[in-house]
Design a protein around this ligand. Structure first.
Ligand SMILES: [Zn+2]
Ligand SMILES: [Zn+2]
Length: 118
């Protein structure tokens, strides 16, 4: 269960942000924030074209550094979307709400995925 935390304090937001950006490892190649992605990582972007590095062959892709920031986390921070996870007893960024309230595109996509899964 996720309980919405209304009006979280700035210090709560800041400590959450610090925790997320410090501890998140890349889900594909496993590097820590501040380290460059390994070869073949599907999260790494080409610094030259902005494409997924796996699919880019421009030869100047460079070393994309993992920032530890997942898509949506920054928006949650800026819009102060925080929830409390009763399963883990932890406060976390409310990515679901961020998705629902601010990314209609994302909602549509989820519906399509559900439809195609059914
Ligand atoms: Zn990676
Ligand atoms: Zn490239």
């Amino acid at each position: 269960m996720f309980q919405i935390i209304k009006d979280p304090s700035q210090s709560m937001l800041d400590s959450l942000w610090a925790e997320v950006t410090k501890t998140a490892i890349c889900h594909d190649c496993g590097v820590k924030p501040g380290q460059p992605h390994k070869d073949g990582c599907d999260t790494a972007r080409c610094l030259n074209t902005g494409m997924q590095r796996l699919q880019c062959d421009c030869g100047k892709c460079g070393e994309d550094v993992w920032t530890g920031i997942w898509p949506g986390i920054k928006e949650c921070y800026e819009k102060r979307l925080v929830c409390f996870d009763t399963a883990t007893n932890r406060v976390c960024f409310d990515l679901n709400r961020q998705c629902v309230e601010f990314q209609l595109e994302c909602q549509r996509k989820q519906r399509n995925e559900k439809a195609s899964a059914a």
